[in-house]
Design a protein around this ligand. Structure first.
Ligand code: GLN
Length: 487
């Protein structure tokens, strides 16, 4: 029974259909494994009772022939996704006991599809971070080396999938928070195009950049989840009225002749030489599969990080204004007037990184600085987007490059140097500024045995090409089959 937790989504589906095991059995097996690897700190809350009840219901549906692709399949949610009657804290002390009164749209869709939600995963507080060390519930350990971070901010979801504590998990990606932890944890992570998935019921960080996506142990698994959670939603006006392709059914179509853009600005100094070698080998592999490599230039890449660290904090400072001690969660007890209530609640409730971003964001939006920083950053954002538009118009069908400049770093190594931490997102952030889809696929291990990820970037709403190329790459390599050294 132990290898039951090492199956792909389609193997789970087959096993359920052929009654090799039931959804209740597989859900229990995963819950046991979560318990066994508790030291990873990947989960912050479990909903075992509800999960087993949902699994029972799924078993009945499967028996009566009413199953969908994810019916009976366990999945975990990042702790900023609302699921009715469950905690959703965004791993912040300011709302650590908040119980959601309703379901987010992604949860509605998962439930309709019959997926079994097992619990909520650890993350950087309000999704601000690249290492999961900014969580109010402590850091997550990387299953490949427990002294290392799993990446962030969706570190718990990435570690959980990597350690096979769940076959699937959802995350959000505002500046790389799905792709970077997928890369550092040796799994696949897809951040779809902005507007592909509804953000309704997702605790907001930076609303013009946030997007929900998925983690899995293969491209196909991720494609199947994205099919379920995508689509227009009346409660999120930024979700697009576009038909959702059946991503998982076109994975095998040929990639012959596809033009893969390789941005020269993404092979800069500071990139770990071992990462560079693996990415180059991955590019050669794509070429041998029939793709054509073309050099492209994304000249505004060097301004992307600075631009992001103006726009994201600006939006965060506005989104986080609602945590004032009056409406949600924590309320300071000894305040003598309203202003003191706000100040004490927020001083006690938010962690250091969140406070830093609120201060930066408030500063760049303030009278006198708005034009110099915020407005300017919006203009540069447009230039970053134009670089991608030109590349896709004139030169390539998709882009391939590293996901992160390094492999997983040690817990504690970068906590005192925010700039070093921010630099880990240098290759993921431009995608968010441009609103594009991006995916990370395992493409190597360094000398220390830590995973390396290849990033594929697509045209708006062309996740299909990413899945297709990623799937072909997986068929030709063994990297996604490597397992972290856990029992
Ligand atoms: N690491 C980036 C940040 O700290 C991105 C986070 C994210 O995508 N949520 O903002």
């Amino acid at each position: 029974m132990s290898d039951i937790t090492f199956k792909s989504v389609s193997e789970i589906r087959q096993g359920l259909a052929s009654k090799e095991f039931s959804s209740v059995e597989i859900t229990k097996a995963y819950l046991d494994r979560i318990e066994q690897h508790k030291d990873l700190n990947a989960f912050v809350s479990l909903s075992a009772e509800d999960a087993l009840a949902d699994a029972k219901l799924a078993d009945r549906k499967i028996a009566s022939g009413e199953a969908y692709s994810l019916t009976g399949v366990p999945i975990a949610l990042k702790d900023l996704m609302l699921s009715k009657n469950q905690k959703a804290s965004a791993c912040s002390n300011i709302i650590s006991n908040f119980i959601s009164p309703y379901d987010s749209t992604v949860v509605v869709k998962l439930k309709e599809a019959g997926a079994v939600i097992v619990g909520k995963t650890n993350m950087d507080e309000f999704a601000m971070g690249s290492s999961n060390e900014n969580s109010a519930f402590g850091p997550v350990k990387n299953p490949w080396n427990k002294e290392c971070v799993p990446g962030g901010s969706s570190g718990g979801s990435a570690a959980a999938v990597s350690a096979r504590l769940v076959p699937l998990a959802l995350g959000t990606d505002t500046g790389g928070s799905i792709r970077q932890p997928a890369s550092l944890s040796g799994i696949v992570g897809i951040r779809p195009t902005y507007g592909r998935v509804s953000r309704f019921g997702i605790i907001a960080y930076a609303s013009s950049l946030d997007q929900v996506g998925a983690f899995g142990n293969s491209v196909k698994d991720c494609a199947e989840v994205l099919e379920v959670i995508s689509g227009h939603c009346l409660k999120d006006s930024t979700s697009m009225q576009l038909e959702v392709p059946e991503f998982s059914s076109s994975l095998d179509s040929a990639i012959q002749g596809l033009r893969v853009g390789v941005p020269k600005e993404y092979f800069i100094e500071g990139i770990d030489p071992e990462v560079k070698v693996s990415i180059q080998a991955a590019l050669t592999k794509l070429e041998s599969l029939g793709a054509e490599l073309v050099e492209i230039s994304l000249p505004h890449t060097e301004y992307a990080l600075a631009t992001y660290y103006i726009i994201a904090p600006a939006e965060a400072s506005s989104n986080l204004a609602r945590y004032d001690g009056v409406r949600y969660g924590k309320r300071a007890e000894k305040a003598s007037d309203l202003l003191e209530l706000y100040m004490q609640t927020r001083s006690e409730g938010f962690g250091d990184e969140v406070k830093r971003r609120i201060m930066i964001g408030t500063y760049v939006l303030s009278t006198g600085y708005y034009d110099a920083y915020y407005l300017h950053a919006q203009k540069v954002r447009r230039l970053v987007k134009r670089d991608f538009d030109l590349a896709f118009d004139e030169k390539c069908d998709l882009i391939a490059c590293p996901t992160a400049p390094t492999t997983a770093f040690k817990i504690g190594e970068k906590v005192n140097d925010p700039l070093q931490m921010y630099l880990n997102d240098i290759f993921t952030i431009p995608v968010n500024l441009a609103g594009l889809p991006g995916m990370s696929v395992p493409c190597g291990l360094d000398a220390k045995g830590l995973p390396i990820g290849l990033q594929l970037i697509g045209k708006p709403f062309d996740e299909s090409t990413l899945f297709r190329v990623g799937h072909h790459f997986e068929q030709a390599t063994e990297w996604h089959k490597q397992l972290p050294p856990l029992s």
